[in-house]
Design a binder for this molecule. Structure first.
Ligand SMILES: C[S@@+](CC[C@H](N)C(=O)[O-])C[C@H]1O[C@@H](n2cnc3c(N)ncnc32)[C@H](O)[C@@H]1O
Length: 238
């Protein structure tokens, strides 16, 4: 997962003060988007693990004397790096604030200074709505998105209700034989289109698959293959 790459990058640069500082800035710049986020589980785990990485970074900087420690200023990662869409009313926002509080307590324990973010000033951006009809750029502009993740819903073509069928038909617009595809494929198509405008580092990982899904393929084009994008992570619910 993306965390492995970040940990590997951290291991390489942890002896270098300037690089450590730059890496910390990079972590703060990352954004995470789950367009079927439910109660926010994927976002919460990603946040908790990133805070863990940040904690290790601060520990390293502290023990090697690279950091004059003012914990309040040093904790850079925050819940506002996380965005989601969910059709049901789940409290994903609250789940992220709880994860934030737990990680703040861990920081307090580690450095012996009470660290809390109260009152809450920052917030994750969780939209209660239909991911298949919303423009994802209104939630998080693609050019600012680092990772799309989640486990969108699977519903076989024969089992979709009328609303789901209408939503997928609109997304699959002119993709041949799309009526046979599972509901989840609509997320793959939307992700691929969205990521065409993502930072080049992200597009580079997704490669040709993104190029194979133009926003509205003319019917004369061969049917694009709809495959899970590397950045769409499938969890236990799949
Ligand atoms: C497999 S669950 C993902 C659960 C999530 N990862 C979590 O940890 O809670 C799929 C989620 O997609 C949501 N969903 C279904 N159709 C949707 C739609 N059109 N737009 C947004 N979310 C939708 C469901 O309500 C459900 O929460």
């Amino acid at each position: 997962m993306f965390l492995d790459a970040l940990w590997a990058e951290f291991s390489k640069i942890k002896g270098n003060r300037n690089k450590l500082f730059e890496f910390h800035k990079k972590l703060r710049g990352l954004t995470f988007f789950d367009p079927a986020c439910g109660c926010g589980n994927f976002l919460v785990i990603a946040y908790r693990e990133l805070r863990q990485l940040e904690l290790e970074l601060l520990r390293t900087a502290h023990t090697t004397g690279q950091l004059a420690l003012d914990v309040h200023q040093m904790i850079a990662l925050d819940v506002d790096q996380f965005c989601g869409i969910e059709i049901e009313e789940f409290p994903a926002q609250v789940a992220l604030w709880l994860a934030d509080h737990q990680m703040n307590l861990k920081v307090s324990e580690e450095f012996g200074l009470y660290f809390a973010r109260i009152p809450l000033k920052t917030s994750p951006k969780i939209i209660h709505g239909n991911a298949l009809t919303l423009d994802w750029n209104d939630v998080l502009p693609a050019e600012r998105c680092s990772y799309v993740m989640g486990n969108p819903p699977f519903v076989g073509a024969k089992f979709m209700d009328d609303d789901q069928r209408a939503d997928t038909r609109a997304v699959f617009d002119r993709i041949g034989n799309a009526g046979l595809l599972d509901f989840v494929a609509a997320w793959y198509v939307k992700t691929a289109r969205y990521m065409q405008f993502a930072p080049s580092s992200l597009r580079g990982r997704a490669g040709e698959r993104v190029k194979s899904l133009p926003s509205a393929p003319p019917s004369s084009l061969p049917t694009p293959s709809v495959r899970a994008n590397r950045s769409v992570r499938c969890g236990a619910g799949c």
